[in-house]
Ligand binder design. Structure first.
Ligand SMILES: Cc1cc2nc3c(=O)[nH]c(=O)nc-3n(C[C@H](O)[C@H](O)[C@H](O)COP(=O)(O)O)c2cc1C
Length: 223
């Protein structure tokens, strides 16, 4: 039986009257960079200057072995010439999904700027040296958490706290920890972008970049 109907409670919330005003400037095809990575960098520049919370947060979509999509927020750490990077636990659910199917989606949403960037790409693990280099730049407390947490597995608070205490004990003489083998980065090689600019009257500007014969084709999409 449907568990929501079985509970016999009204759990819905009517959000139909929540409307945003999209007052940001128009996006013209002539203003777009031919290279979508330049376009992404210029939008990121503005998001960074706008002092937003989590400007580099992106929703990462993966698909499990049953074809069920999952999504969760991660932080983009680099924009490269052909993709972006993020870091996580290599035994987490998302990593298991990627092992099985490296195709991922990423979605950046800067609500204060009425902007969304949708990305499609293919993930691969970064080298151990690259993961180690980033891990070394993290504060000690983040390193300890990465070491101690079996991300995505069922646990309880005491197990987590004792795992943290064990890691502290094991590395008590060090002020930086080595990167654990089950933690590291992914490089998402991008083959499609969509830049979305919210506009008044809902005639939002959408531009897709897709690769065809190694060339980026830019197309306007209906909103
Ligand atoms: C603002 C924000 C930033 C996050 N950044 C990361 C990140 O960079 N890497 C990561 O593994 N999880 C990050 N998380 C936690 C993930 O959303 C998620 O809970 C975790 O990775 C487990 O996901 P999984 O079980 O689907 O693998 C972040 C969450 C939030 C809200």
């Amino acid at each position: 039986m449907d568990q929501y109907r079985a509970s016999n409670k009204r759990i819905g919330m009517d959000l139909k009257n929540v409307r945003a005003e999209y007052l940001q400037q128009e996006l013209h095809v002539d203003d777009l960079h031919q290279d979508p990575f330049e376009q992404l960098r210029s939008w990121f520049d503005l998001a960074l200057k706008a002092n937003l919370n989590y400007p580099n947060a992106a929703d990462l979509a993966t698909v499990d072995h049953e074809g069920q999509p999952h999504s969760r927020i991660i932080l983009i750490k680099d924009i490269l010439d052909d993709g972006v990077t993020f870091f996580t636990n290599y035994e987490s659910d998302k990593a298991l999904h990627i092992d099985n199917n490296p195709k991922v989606g990423l979605n950046l949403f800067w609500k204060e700027l009425d902007r969304q960037v949708r990305i499609l790409g293919q993930s691969r693990k970064l080298s151990q040296a690259e993961s180690e280099a980033y891990f070394q730049s993290r504060p000690l407390e983040s390193q300890i958490s990465a070491f101690a947490s079996k991300q995505s597995r069922v646990t309880d608070k005491n197990t987590l706290l004792s795992s943290v205490a064990n890691v502290r004990m094991q590395f008590q003489d060090l002020d930086k920890l080595p990167c654990p083998p089950y933690w590291g980065g992914y490089h998402v090689k991008i083959h499609q972008f969509e830049f979305w600019q919210g506009r008044p009257t809902r005639l939002h500007d959408r531009f897709r970049y897709r690769l065809e014969n190694f060339q980026w084709i830019i197309e306007r999409l209906a909103p």
